[in-house]
Design a protein around this ligand. Sequence first.
Ligand code: NAD
Length: 264
Amino acid sequence: MTDRFPEGRIALVTGATSGIGLAVAEALGAAGAHVHINGLGSSGQIAAALAAVRMAGAPSASHHVADLRDPDAIRAMMAAVGSVDVLVNNAGIQHTASLAEMPDERWDALIAINLSACFHTMKAALPGMAERGFGRVINIASVHGLVASVNKAPYVAAKHGLIGLTKVAALEMAAQGSRASGGVTVNCVCPGWVETPLIEPQIAARAVDGDRDAGIRALLAEKQPSLRMTLPAEIASLALWLCRREAHNLNGAALPVDGGWTAQ
Ligand code: NAD
């Protein structure tokens, strides 16, 4: 297949000032997409993320400050971006505590950022994708959208919800476009452990005497049979492939990248 999707298309990646989102934004930029990023961070961190996306090859890159806990801010961001061909809902937070000890405020924030924000961005972006006959929504869920772990009630609830939301949107979009236009697909990528700032507190909690490598080994041994971390760029490669024309019939899926975690 010689097509150059997503070259020249408009992409929006939420939570792209760090980790997986930044890697996805760089990969889309390297493939020639105009990249809009969103995410929190210092002005230096935001400038560095934009520079990385431009350096990767993006013909244009811009940042949108929207705090994804705020639906009005999301709507304003979507209006500012305009047409979106590739929407990557990636922003996410984590908080570990037993259900009985989970702060109410953390539940609300986790559901807002990890689930409700994805509804608001998709609601804004899908009609245009349907009209144009091409669109890709890639929701970065988690193995925790497929299975549970203790001490992660809001995270597991949000990620299971995101997979359900994805399936509904995939069905509603399934008949849009054509093989030639690329169609409109909505999928989840479900990573296991990926080495990013998000999981540092969980590594630190297992790092005996501050030995970070020991913390990583312990984390992997609990869940991920490969005993290897996934790199953000590896998740980005899959996201990029999902944007291609030949992926037009891969729709409504939840794709684990988890070293065998959910095969157990
Ligand atoms: P990260 O902490 O490196 O990045 C999170 C991004 O989300 C940052 O850009 C941050 O600014 C942004 N963000 C957080 N709160 C926000 C808000 N209120 N408004 C706007 N942006 C906000 O984390 P990561 O590991 O790259 O996580 C990315 C996604 O991958 C998340 O949805 C996470 O649940 C998922 N995930 C990560 C792992 C892992 O092991 N790292 C595993 C499975 C799933």
